[in-house]
Design a protein around this ligand. Structure first.
Ligand SMILES: Cc1cc2nc3c(=O)[nH]c(=O)nc-3n(C[C@H](O)[C@H](O)[C@H](O)COP(=O)(O)OP(=O)(O)OC[C@H]3O[C@@H](n4cnc5c(N)ncnc54)[C@H](O)[C@@H]3O)c2cc1C
Length: 508
């Protein structure tokens, strides 16, 4: 397969290197575009290196991604041992003994087309209300009651607005997408990239995958995980390191047998030098400790995990240590190569943004789809948009650590990190006016920021003027009704556990 050196016209052959979640999400999506014009997508994956094998929690835009691909949600959930996720419960984060939520979707309902936050704040300031912002969230009510987001065979606003996500087995998702993508014509090859050949301009011409196989293409996607085999090792794109902003650099991962309990949310529990996650899948419980190696040893982190799991269960498990680096590419798209997934950057998994950043990259690439020319303008916009969303993810994660009042050395050090200017500005605007700059809402809506900020007790000085118009008696009544409605919905829904048993047994 050599001799693909044309300089203009549409891309005839796209080569994706890497068969993890990033590679297969890109393959299925981009092949749907390419195959309409009889163009070829080839995916090469190493037969020996394997995938990262974690990535269990997701955020709501993935629902749209799957719907856009016309995948059958129930089938996908069964294949990927998936359960519903309505948000994250942060236990002991603000301080030991306290919990706060980051649920998905609007909090309750918008009032006068404004986030309920502003009216919650007004009631707190003017009437001394002790209710928390999250008390108005339907997802929190459902989560606390262990309920499914809609009734058997029925629908709900949460479903219609896709204000939910999944816990799923990301390796199974890659397999599921691979089966569909190869049926739809993606060519799948096994081989380790041993060498990468550049043409005179410095574009990638081909990859050598051994056994006399040279795979040439017009455009390449580097989905090789942390190794960045093309973008970093060959094209030498510099990595922007974020370790001065975020201290965690390692995870111990220990899947446990399937639990009895099926909370429709992720547990994130703050620990001495990081945090543990607990994610209910139908096949197992995902379990891991993200931590700072400067503040706790691997052995001690593993022991913490084992203690939390209970010894009997831990014997059945197999702890795995995953070092990671936080940061992102300087140029996500360099020459004729776009990096996607872990090859393009990594923000620690606290808010389950990894798979979403893959989705965002793929959709942005399809919007700014290259041809065989220089693509300089497309590349510039793509790189700038990707940089913005990665930076927004970084700032959102740092916020969780920065607001915590925990006193262990790790947590004190987390408050003393260098804050990115963008986050300092976000906090200043919020403190002063209770607004979140709309330019920052690339990843999560304003309500997500409000949940984290208010959940940590950081409350702005005043409400926005638009929220001061309605008479208070009417407003308090509206707020009470929204809260009561959330309770009624939660009462009516089936238990998530029963719903999952039904879903994984039969179609609903
Ligand atoms: C501890 C941890 C927890 C996480 N939790 C979440 C989460 O809850 N939610 C979430 O959205 N994300 C999470 N992530 C991120 C998520 O795992 C990744 O974004 C996702 O799995 C995509 O990985 P990938 O496909 O980029 O890389 P990988 O899964 O590492 O796949 C890389 C692929 O490239 C291939 N490859 C590598 N080198 C070569 C070569 N030289 N030649 C040929 N092939 C090669 C490998 O064989 C493999 O197929 C987590 C990450 C970590 C580290």
């Amino acid at each position: 397969m050599t001799g693909f050196a044309a300089q203009s016209g549409p891309i005839q052959r796209l080569v994706i290197v890497g068969g993890g979640t990033a590679g297969w999400m890109a393959a299925i999506y981009l092949n749907r575009i390419m195959r309409a014009f009889n163009r070829q997508v080839i995916l090469v994956e190493s037969p020996t290196l394997g995938t990262i094998g974690v990535g269990e929690a997701t955020i709501p835009p993935l629902v749209h991604f799957f719907r856009g691909l016309k995948l059958d949600e129930k089938e996908l959930m069964r294949k990927c041992s998936a359960t519903y996720k309505l948000g994250i419960k942060f236990v002991d984060w603000a301080e030991p003994g306290k919990a706060y939520w980051h649920p998905f979707g609007h909090c309750g309902a918008r009032i006068d087309n404004l986030d309920l936050f502003h009216f919650w704040l007004r009631r707190r300031i003017e009437a001394g209300s002790k209710l928390e912002y999250e008390d108005y969230s339907t997802q929190v009510r459902l989560g606390e009651a262990g309920k499914a987001p809609w009734p058997y065979g029925g629908a709900s606003l949460i479903q219609e607005t896709a204000s939910y996500a999944y816990h799923l087995d990301a390796s199974a998702l890659a397999d599921y997408l691979r089966d569909i993508a190869t049926r739809e014509g993606v060519q799948h090859l096994f081989g380790d990239v041993r060498d990468v050949a550049l043409d005179q301009k410095g574009d990638i011409e081909s990859v050598d995958i051994g056994g006399d196989r040279i795979i040439s293409g017009d455009f390449f996607i580097d989905a090789t995980g942390f190794s960045g085999r093309l973008i970093e090792q060959k094209l030498a794109d510099p990595w922007i390191d974020w370790s001065r902003h975020m201290l965690c650099d390692r995870a111990v991962v220990m899947p446990l047998p399937r639990g009895e309990d099926f909370p429709p949310y992720t547990y994130s529990t703050a620990r001495e030098a990081g945090w543990t996650w607990q994610i209910p899948l139908n096949s197992r419980t995902g379990f891991g400790y993200v931590h700072s190696s400067a503040h706790i040893s691997t052995e001690a982190a593993t022991e913490t995990l084992i203690a939390q799991a209970g010894l009997r269960k831990a014997r059945a498990a197999d702890p795995r240590v995953l070092p990671f680096r936080v940061g992102r590419r300087t140029s996500f798209w360099r020459r004729n190569c776009v990096s996607i997934g872990l090859a393009s950057g990594f923000v620690e998994p606290l808010e389950s943004t990894g798979i979403h950043l893959i989705q965002f990259a793929i959709m942005l690439l399809s919007e700014y789809f290259p041809d065989r020319s220089e693509n300089a303008a497309l590349r510039r916009v793509y790189n700038s948009r990707m940089g913005e969303i990665y930076d927004a993810a970084r700032d959102f994660i740092i916020l969780h650590y920065y607001l915590s009042r925990r006193e262990e050395p790790f947590w004190r050090a987390s408050r003393e990190v260098t804050l990115p200017d963008s986050l300092t500005e976000l906090l200043e605007l919020y403190d002063e006016t209770s607004r979140i700059d709309s330019a920052r809402l690339l990843l999560f809506p304003a309500s997500s920021y409000y949940f984290i900020l208010a959940g940590n007790g950081r409350v702005p000085r005043r409400t926005i003027v638009e929220a001061e118009q309605s008479p208070t008696s009417k407003l308090w009544h509206v707020l009470d009704r929204i809260r009561a409605d959330g309770g009624v919905i939660a009462d009516r829904m089936p238990a998530h556990k029963d719903y999952m048993a039904e879903l994984h047994r039969t179609s609903i």
